[in-house]
Design a protein around this ligand. Structure first.
Ligand SMILES: C[S@@+](CC[C@H](N)C(=O)[O-])C[C@H]1O[C@@H](n2cnc3c(N)ncnc32)[C@H](O)[C@@H]1O
Length: 350
């Protein structure tokens, strides 16, 4: 069975959006109020946050921290995070006012904030049970305290170098939980970048045999340093190579993570452009995946649960990117696409 399950809103859309006319007036007032507060906080924000934010970016770090830091002075963001307005209402603010008002976040970053789950642990619990219901995983137990402790330790020692990652907190927590429950003996990351997602997996099972594959030597050096800092470099291989070629020599894989991206240039073959590269990567790894092996892939946004033009276009783009990858999955796996901030696909080989 191949399913795409969309995250349901935990709250009903606000009555403001049900469009009873007597609420329209209230909505206009509320919008003006938000705009005014946004103007004031934006003004303050220029003084309070511009320098630290720039500094943080130069040093690298998570995009989540950057987005959170910039938006924390904007009331609509806080209302959304606090559960007072729905993702749909917040996304509307982002598109109508936010993108023009908030300085320092590009269009991708501000729009991604609308996909932040209200509570990362609640999100992980919900999606684990969806994976369990489809028999993709056998065990959906989840210990929020243990996850926070383990990933908090990693966070404290992780050096991002000059790099930034779009792995979001619920995505690290989800991978941690999957590994903690499934106990894969051997895992491979194709396009590991500087290892930030991979270390969430390794922290869940330090005895796991892990291979990071990336063509970029500089990012691999950053990964190696941070894994060393965290004491998680035992049984970890840091391989600078083309993942497609290298994976052919790694047998009996229990967990495969896809996160490479090729250049976006039209000058290279379509199958290797941007995220379309998942197709040749999966094809190369397929025979080396054990039956029942797990596959996790990042950047699979196939829904527009927040509404609006930005994610409508994003999902159209990704469907195009994955036009060969998804049929290959359908033939060989049971899979689910989860609405994490950047979209995470979880699959089990048949
Ligand atoms: C930019 S990262 C993905 C980022 C990740 N989603 C995050 O936010 O942390 C993609 C990585 O794929 C790597 N890559 C691209 N093509 C590759 C290939 N053929 N083999 C191995 N790695 C590759 C790039 O060097 C890069 O480090």
């Amino acid at each position: 069975m191949n399913l795409v399950v969309h995250k349901f809103e935990l709250r009903q859309p606000s009555e403001v959006y049900i469009a009873a006319s007597r609420y329209r007036k209230f909505w206009c007032y509320r919008k003006k109020f938000y705009n005014k507060i946004s103007e004031i906080s934006h003004f303050l924000h220029l003084f309070r946050f511009t320098q630290p934010k720039k500094g943080a970016r130069e040093m690298g770090g998570t995009i989540f921290t950057e987005i959170n830091q910039v938006l924390s002075s904007f009331p609509p963001f806080n209302s959304f995070r606090g559960g007072e307005i729905s993702a749909t209402e917040y996304q509307k603010w982002v598109q109508e006012d936010g993108f023009g008002t908030v300085e320092g976040l590009n269009e991708d970053k501000i729009n991604l904030s609308a996909r932040f789950p209200r509570d990362k642990h609640e999100f992980v619990r919900m999606v684990l049970s969806q994976c369990r219901a489809l028999d993709i995983i056998d065990d959906d137990s989840y210990d929020a305290k243990d996850t926070d402790e383990a990933l908090g330790k990693v966070e404290a020692s992780y050096e991002h170098g000059k790099y930034a990652t779009y792995i979001f907190p619920e995505e690290s927590a989800l991978l941690y939980a999957i590994v903690r429950n499934a106990r894969p003996a051997r895992a491979v990351f194709m396009g590991s970048y500087y290892g930030y997602w991979a270390i969430a997996a390794k922290a869940a099972m330090p005895t796991m045999d892990l291979t990071l594959l990336d063509i970029n030597q500089e990012v691999m050096e950053v990964a190696q340093k941070s894994f060393g800092n965290c004491g998680l470099n035992v049984k970890t291989k840091f391989t600078v190579a083309d993942a497609e070629e290298e994976v052919a020599g790694i047998e009996d894989i229990d967990l495969l993570v896809l996160d490479a991206e090729g250049p976006k240039s039209n000058a290279i073959p379509e199958d290797y452009r941007d995220k379309a590269i998942y197709y040749p990567h999966l094809k190369a790894a397929l025979n080396n995946l054990k039956s029942g092996a797990l596959l996790v892939a990042h950047n699979v946004i196939l829904s527009n649960f927040t509404g609006g033009a930005y994610f409508e276009e994003k999902q159209r783009y990704y469907r195009q990117q994955y036009k060969k990858f998804l049929p290959l999955l359908q033939e060989n796996f049971t899979y689910i696409v989860l609405d994490s901030t950047e979209g995470t696909l979880v699959a089990r080989k048949n």
